[in-house]
Design a protein around this ligand. Sequence first.
Ligand code: ARG
Length: 494
Amino acid sequence: MVFVGWLRWCLVMSFTCLLLASCSINPIVEKSLRIGTDQTFPPFEFQGTGGELQGFSVDLIKAIATAAKFQVEFQSLPFDGIIPALQAQTIDAAISSITITEERAKTISFSRPYFKAGLAIATRTDNTEIKNFASLKNKKIAVQIGTTGAQTARNIPGAEVISFDSAPLALQELANGNVDAVINDEPVTLYAINTGNLQGIKVIQKLLTEEFYGIATAKNSSYLSLINQGLSKVLNNGKYQQIYQKWFNATPPILPETTPFTNQEKARLNSLSLIWQSLPNLFNGVFVTLQLAFLSVFLGLISGSLIGIIRLSHIKPVQWLARAYIDFFRGTPLLVQIFMVYFGLPAFFQELGFTWSINRLFAGVIALTLNSAAYIAEIVRAGIQSIETGQTEAAFSLGLNPAQTMRYVIFPQAFRRMIPPLGNEFISLLKDTSLVAVIGFEELFRKGQLIVAENYRAFEIYAAVAVIYLCLTLVTSQIFGRLETWMNPVKKSS
Ligand code: ARG
């Protein structure tokens, strides 16, 4: 008995010692902050060749975390999704070269400034017409969605602004000769030019504005003081200078000690009025969406039917060719196809020494058509093959030739069977048009994104966008339903 008591006492004591020892090694468990960042903004935040996140902001936030004793957990987000994510508290803070602006400060809070930057205009090296800000009037300008560059471009009279998901895509658009200029943060444009990744581009006016970057948090977040403490420490202990030197090979400028635009409040519009106000803008997008869908489905039907029929050919190589086409376009993501057509092909020709650019509508329609033709070809093939061979034999015995047999006997029956899958294809295509937003098309989804980039009301706007898509697809399925009944001789007569 005594022995058991003694053993228990020993166990309790050793466990307590272990606990104390571990506490003295790691007295407090550091909290982990989810830090959002758009990783397409070199040299501030970007992925290295091995996929590792790096850049000035990345080194800085790590140094701040060490100084203020917290852990960093990076989360990749598109730039225009950062403020909505902060509001929704799916991230705790964001470091993404975010300029501290009065408008943004009404929705989120900023740390003290950590970098002094500004916007710059970039053009192609052979452009002699654009010399300054004033000469951008009536020009085509590419920007990154939701940025201060986008805001500035929108205020230029007559300018056509095309927004992309990332700054490198906007710059690529300029290099491909599709736009006259890009307005973007100067260090980023310069870095792209200096690293030699983009050719034929120059910066014509530096530091159009003075901007300060801040680390963003949700409005009045409790993490703000922790981040500010860490940032101040890093600024004072020489670490900041070291990181600045590493990325910019220069000594940093003096930064203001406090953040401007604190205590900004915004009058919040109620949801219904907000949606109501946005509707005209969204309807402009609906028009573009429908235009894209109709054009692509029309062209897809013609080319898809041809490919479908070729697929049934008895000549083997022709049949294989059709098969290869279908396999390729069904087997690769539409998004990749859009990028290939719009960015890839012009860049490829550029390397060969030709300047060839492709019109946006043309590129969008081509990519959607190529893709839908592959699906339609299969629908047509299966439709035709579903008609029993007895029908062909009967037609032949009546003296019809193969073309007449196809035209009067097989196709009308096959077409009726093709209607439901064609309806499905049209509905998918209607939704897939949202993918061409990546090439700066202002169709319905991109219109919604642009509105959110201005008012940060993600829920209401995306809900409205979803409802509009739903109405479009419901109407489409109604139309196809009617077409099916109309084409069915039995149901039609009853
Ligand atoms: N400084 C600009 C702004 O706040 C652009 C920032 C873009 N940042 C990024 N990681 N893509 O609007």
